[in-house]
Design a binder for this molecule. Structure first.
Ligand SMILES: [Mg+2]
Length: 446
């Protein structure tokens, strides 16, 4: 049962030096240090439970998000958990509508990432208090309660609360069977681990061979820096995975609109399912133009990992600008805003293929996509969740992948809790790992 008054919100800057091995490198982010603004919420309930939440960052800049969490925490400390979750949309509105902080958003950028980190911690705590994994907490809620978590401001021209209610009620049919199906088989995944842009051919071949052996059938390749290199890498991967497996491309916002169409047309022979983030994530009409131009080639447009909020998703859907929608557990305003986007995707009949990887994104988003299948979409066609094979060892409850599928987590909470040893060692800049790196001049601070 939900209980307790929040007594403290603590936040820390936890960074992993992934740039040293080019892990996570792509056409726009050549040297990311995967990091998190990591939030811990405590209450006066004396039950030993804490809420853990995070948002994902690439290293520098985490300190800005940490400041934003501290600035927002005045809306959280002294709040009663019961009061928060019984009118969750109100609490969401309060966090996103601070009359002064809103000016540096609104509902975007560092302040919205901070909102996500805080709310992720609140959801983790709520699920723990109910002794359920987050996906199960959501699955067991009735449609009215789910809707009470969603702020419909700015999206009612695309999806009204009544329509959302109807979607949830219609999806009640077969819910139990779908839950059992997930518990037995899991949710299909694809891997991005084989082909980061900074990897050598040899590394790529080695990782691809291993992935095939492990049962992976869907592979994503980073592209966009050099066309000849892209052709070379796509050919290499396509030859390795064969014609039957699925290949996807990700340009991480590298191109102009016209350039994207020309570039991807030259990669069409490798039969990619989608091109992800071909241009600026804010360019809705640009994405629509690219979608239209590539449709005859059978290539869809995927985007979402850098969509600020539900309004951008609404417009992408309205403009027919995407064929695959990629929610993100740490960029949108937590579960609350993701629920709104999942329901809009259902109405517009666009498959959701979540963004994951980073640090903790797989751990979190698996809950959302499991819920989506069981209680909203009821469909696995053209759907899969991203998976990247690193940094899971820092989490208390890491994801479980079996036969290239996410197996539903069984522990209570949102899988957000990191191991204490990891948060201490990788705390920036005072943790021992960073002290060593900085003193050895392996990484320089700017
Ligand atoms: Mg991507």
């Amino acid at each position: 049962m939900v209980r307790g008054r929040i007594t403290a919100v603590a936040v820390s800057d936890v960074r992993f030096p992934t740039s040293l091995g080019h892990h996570g490198s792509d056409a726009m982010h050549p040297d990311p240090d995967y990091s998190a603004a990591y939030v811990v919420i405590e209450t006066d309930a004396h039950d030993g439970l804490k809420g853990y939440g995070l948002t994902f960052t690439l290293g520098k800049g985490t300190e800005v998000v940490v400041c934003a969490v501290n600035a927002l925490s005045t809306h959280v400390v002294h709040k009663d958990m019961e009061e928060i979750v019984s009118n969750f949309r109100n609490f969401y509105r309060q966090l996103t509508s601070d009359g002064q902080l809103r000016w540096i958003g609104p509902e975007k950028g560092a302040v919205h990432l901070a909102t996500a980190a805080i709310l992720n911690a609140v959801w983790d705590l709520w699920a723990k208090q109910e002794e359920k994994p987050l996906w199960k907490l959501l699955v067991d809620m009735d449609p009215k309660q789910l809707l009470s978590c969603i702020d419909f401001r700015y999206i009612t021209d695309a999806l009204t609360e009544e329509e959302a209610y109807e979607i949830l009620v219609n999806s009640l049919l077969g819910k139990k069977e779908r839950e059992e199906q997930m518990l037995t088989h899991g949710y299909p995944a694809y891997t991005t681990s084989c082909a980061w842009l900074g990897y050598s051919d040899q590394q790529l071949k080695q990782l691809c061979t291993k992935a095939l052996k492990d049962g992976w059938t869907r592979f994503k390749v980073k592209v966009g820096a050099d066309l000849q290199d892209d052709i070379h890498r796509c050919r290499l991967i396509r030859e390795m995975i064969g014609p039957g497996n699925i290949l996807m491309l990700d340009a991480n916002q590298r191109w102009e609109v016209k350039e994207a169409i020309e570039w991807v047309t030259k990669l069409a022979e490798f039969k990619p399912l989608w091109i992800e983030e071909p241009t600026s994530p804010d360019d809705i009409l640009g994405h629509a133009a690219i979608s239209k131009a590539l449709a005859p080639l059978g290539i869809g447009v995927a985007t979402g990992e850098q969509c600020h909020n539900k309004v951008i998703f609404k417009q992408l859907l309205q403009a027919k600008a995407l064929s695959y929608l990629q929610i993100d557990s740490c960029r949108l305003g937590s579960v609350n805003e993701n629920l709104a986007v999942l329901l809009m995707a259902k109405k517009f009949q666009i498959p959701v293929c979540p963004h994951a990887g980073g640090v903790g994104l797989c751990e979190l988003v698996q809950h959302l996509i499991l819920f989506d299948y069981i209680a909203i979409s009821g469909n696995l066609e053209n759907r899969m969740c991203e998976y990247v094979d690193h940094l899971h060892e820092h989490f208390k409850y890491p994801v479980i992948i079996r036969k290239a599928c996410y197996m539903p987590p069984q522990h209570a909470g949102y899988s957000t809790e990191m191991k204490e040893d990891s948060t201490r060692k990788y705390q920036f800049p005072q943790g021992e790992v960073w002290q060593k790196l900085l003193s050895g001049h392996k990484i320089y601070l700017h």
